[in-house]
Write a protein that binds this ligand. Structure first.
Ligand SMILES: [Zn+2]
Length: 183
Protein backbone atom coordinates (compact mmCIF):
# COMPACT_ATOMS: atom_id res chain seq x y z
CA UNK A 1 0.00 0.00 0.00
CA UNK A 2 2.04 2.87 -1.26
CA UNK A 3 -0.71 5.24 -2.20
CA UNK A 4 -2.80 6.50 0.68
CA UNK A 5 -5.80 6.78 -1.63
CA UNK A 6 -5.62 3.10 -2.44
CA UNK A 7 -6.66 2.06 1.04
CA UNK A 8 -10.32 1.16 0.86
CA UNK A 9 -12.62 -0.89 3.00
CA UNK A 10 -16.02 -2.03 1.85
CA UNK A 11 -18.52 0.81 2.46
CA UNK A 12 -21.36 -1.61 3.17
CA UNK A 13 -22.46 -1.27 6.80
CA UNK A 14 -20.62 -3.67 9.10
CA UNK A 15 -18.64 -5.26 6.27
CA UNK A 16 -14.92 -5.29 7.02
CA UNK A 17 -13.67 -6.76 3.75
CA UNK A 18 -11.43 -4.84 1.41
CA UNK A 19 -13.33 -2.54 -0.92
CA UNK A 20 -11.66 -3.33 -4.23
CA UNK A 21 -14.66 -2.50 -6.41
CA UNK A 22 -15.63 1.14 -6.88
CA UNK A 23 -19.25 2.00 -7.65
CA UNK A 24 -20.68 5.45 -8.36
CA UNK A 25 -22.67 6.91 -5.49
CA UNK A 26 -25.10 8.72 -7.71
CA UNK A 27 -26.08 8.42 -11.36
CA UNK A 28 -25.54 12.17 -11.75
CA UNK A 29 -22.10 12.12 -10.21
CA UNK A 30 -20.14 9.13 -11.43
CA UNK A 31 -16.86 10.36 -10.05
CA UNK A 32 -17.81 10.15 -6.39
CA UNK A 33 -17.65 6.52 -5.45
CA UNK A 34 -18.37 3.90 -2.88
CA UNK A 35 -15.93 1.05 -2.57
CA UNK A 36 -17.31 -2.41 -2.02
CA UNK A 37 -16.09 -5.98 -1.74
CA UNK A 38 -17.13 -8.34 -4.54
CA UNK A 39 -20.23 -9.60 -2.74
CA UNK A 40 -21.49 -6.10 -2.00
CA UNK A 41 -20.67 -4.50 -5.32
CA UNK A 42 -22.84 -7.22 -6.83
CA UNK A 43 -25.64 -6.48 -4.39
CA UNK A 44 -25.25 -2.77 -5.03
CA UNK A 45 -25.26 -3.12 -8.80
CA UNK A 46 -28.37 -5.23 -8.61
CA UNK A 47 -30.09 -2.37 -6.83
CA UNK A 48 -28.70 0.30 -9.09
CA UNK A 49 -31.88 0.81 -11.13
CA UNK A 50 -33.95 1.06 -7.99
CA UNK A 51 -31.60 3.66 -6.54
CA UNK A 52 -31.85 6.22 -9.27
CA UNK A 53 -34.55 8.24 -7.54
CA UNK A 54 -32.53 8.72 -4.40
CA UNK A 55 -30.10 11.48 -3.57
CA UNK A 56 -26.63 10.72 -2.34
CA UNK A 57 -27.70 11.69 1.15
CA UNK A 58 -30.60 9.23 1.05
CA UNK A 59 -28.24 6.52 -0.08
CA UNK A 60 -25.73 7.29 2.57
CA UNK A 61 -28.38 7.29 5.30
CA UNK A 62 -29.76 4.01 4.09
CA UNK A 63 -26.37 2.40 3.86
CA UNK A 64 -25.38 3.51 7.30
CA UNK A 65 -28.75 2.76 8.83
CA UNK A 66 -29.24 6.34 10.03
CA UNK A 67 -32.82 6.43 8.80
CA UNK A 68 -35.50 3.79 8.91
CA UNK A 69 -38.48 5.56 7.46
CA UNK A 70 -38.52 4.13 3.96
CA UNK A 71 -40.39 0.90 4.49
CA UNK A 72 -41.24 0.43 0.84
CA UNK A 73 -37.71 0.51 -0.44
CA UNK A 74 -36.47 -2.99 -1.10
CA UNK A 75 -32.86 -3.43 -0.28
CA UNK A 76 -32.74 -6.99 -1.63
CA UNK A 77 -29.74 -8.13 0.36
CA UNK A 78 -30.21 -11.82 0.98
CA UNK A 79 -33.92 -12.04 0.55
CA UNK A 80 -35.49 -9.96 -2.21
CA UNK A 81 -38.60 -9.37 -0.10
CA UNK A 82 -36.70 -7.80 2.77
CA UNK A 83 -37.60 -4.15 3.10
CA UNK A 84 -35.17 -1.42 4.02
CA UNK A 85 -37.06 -0.96 7.28
CA UNK A 86 -36.54 -4.58 8.21
CA UNK A 87 -32.93 -4.51 7.21
CA UNK A 88 -32.18 -1.32 9.02
CA UNK A 89 -34.19 -2.33 12.07
CA UNK A 90 -31.59 -5.02 12.49
CA UNK A 91 -28.92 -2.38 12.90
CA UNK A 92 -30.99 0.14 14.74
CA UNK A 93 -31.08 0.29 18.49
CA UNK A 94 -33.64 2.48 20.15
CA UNK A 95 -31.68 5.00 22.21
CA UNK A 96 -34.37 5.24 24.93
CA UNK A 97 -34.62 1.52 25.33
CA UNK A 98 -30.88 1.46 25.46
CA UNK A 99 -31.01 3.98 28.26
CA UNK A 100 -33.43 1.81 30.26
CA UNK A 101 -31.36 -1.26 29.74
CA UNK A 102 -28.13 0.51 30.45
CA UNK A 103 -27.08 -1.63 33.39
CA UNK A 104 -27.96 -4.94 31.76
CA UNK A 105 -26.19 -3.85 28.65
CA UNK A 106 -23.08 -2.81 30.52
CA UNK A 107 -22.98 -6.16 32.32
CA UNK A 108 -23.38 -7.98 29.02
CA UNK A 109 -20.57 -5.91 27.56
CA UNK A 110 -18.35 -6.72 30.52
CA UNK A 111 -19.11 -10.41 30.16
CA UNK A 112 -18.43 -10.26 26.45
CA UNK A 113 -15.19 -8.45 27.12
CA UNK A 114 -14.09 -11.10 29.60
CA UNK A 115 -14.39 -13.72 26.85
CA UNK A 116 -12.32 -11.79 24.35
CA UNK A 117 -8.88 -13.31 23.76
CA UNK A 118 -5.92 -11.25 24.97
CA UNK A 119 -4.56 -10.72 21.47
CA UNK A 120 -7.88 -9.25 20.36
CA UNK A 121 -7.87 -6.94 23.36
CA UNK A 122 -4.36 -5.83 22.42
CA UNK A 123 -5.48 -5.28 18.84
CA UNK A 124 -8.40 -3.16 20.06
CA UNK A 125 -6.11 -1.18 22.31
CA UNK A 126 -3.83 -0.49 19.37
CA UNK A 127 -6.74 0.79 17.27
CA UNK A 128 -8.15 2.61 20.29
CA UNK A 129 -11.36 0.64 19.90
CA UNK A 130 -13.88 0.33 22.75
CA UNK A 131 -15.87 -2.78 23.70
CA UNK A 132 -18.12 -4.25 22.51
CA UNK A 133 -16.44 -4.09 19.11
CA UNK A 134 -18.59 -2.42 16.48
CA UNK A 135 -17.51 -3.19 12.90
CA UNK A 136 -18.28 0.33 11.67
CA UNK A 137 -16.26 1.82 14.51
CA UNK A 138 -13.42 -0.59 13.77
CA UNK A 139 -13.38 0.49 10.13
CA UNK A 140 -13.44 4.14 11.14
CA UNK A 141 -10.54 3.75 13.60
CA UNK A 142 -8.56 1.66 11.15
CA UNK A 143 -8.90 4.27 8.41
CA UNK A 144 -7.90 7.00 10.83
CA UNK A 145 -4.85 5.12 12.09
CA UNK A 146 -3.70 4.15 8.60
CA UNK A 147 -3.84 7.76 7.52
CA UNK A 148 -2.06 9.03 10.62
CA UNK A 149 0.73 6.48 10.28
CA UNK A 150 1.21 6.51 6.55
CA UNK A 151 4.93 6.65 5.70
CA UNK A 152 4.32 9.37 3.10
CA UNK A 153 3.04 11.63 5.84
CA UNK A 154 5.78 10.71 8.31
CA UNK A 155 8.88 11.64 6.38
CA UNK A 156 10.90 12.29 9.53
CA UNK A 157 10.72 8.61 10.42
CA UNK A 158 9.18 6.59 7.60
CA UNK A 159 10.58 3.27 8.89
CA UNK A 160 8.82 3.69 12.19
CA UNK A 161 5.60 4.65 10.44
CA UNK A 162 5.91 1.61 8.19
CA UNK A 163 6.35 -0.61 11.22
CA UNK A 164 3.34 0.91 12.95
CA UNK A 165 1.30 0.57 9.80
CA UNK A 166 2.08 -3.14 9.73
CA UNK A 167 0.96 -3.51 13.32
CA UNK A 168 -2.24 -1.60 12.59
CA UNK A 169 -2.98 -3.83 9.60
CA UNK A 170 -2.32 -6.94 11.61
CA UNK A 171 -4.54 -5.70 14.45
CA UNK A 172 -7.37 -4.96 12.04
CA UNK A 173 -7.06 -8.40 10.41
CA UNK A 174 -7.25 -10.05 13.83
CA UNK A 175 -10.34 -8.06 14.81
CA UNK A 176 -11.95 -8.85 11.48
CA UNK A 177 -11.27 -12.58 11.86
CA UNK A 178 -12.60 -12.46 15.41
CA UNK A 179 -15.83 -10.74 14.37
CA UNK A 180 -16.32 -13.08 11.41
CA UNK A 181 -15.93 -16.09 13.63
CA UNK A 182 -18.50 -14.75 16.06
CA UNK A 183 -21.24 -14.01 13.54
ZN1 LIG B 1 -18.59 -5.84 1.66
Amino acid sequence: MNDINEIHLCDWPDCMEEGCYPAPKNPKNLRDRFHFCLEHVRAYNKEWDGLKGFSENDLHSMRTGATWDRPTWKIGLNSPSKTAAETIAGNFRDPYKLFDEDTAKRQAAEQAEAKIPAEIKDACALLNLPFPIEPEKAKQQYRKMVKANHPDLNQSNPEKAERQLKEINLAFQKIKAFLNKKS
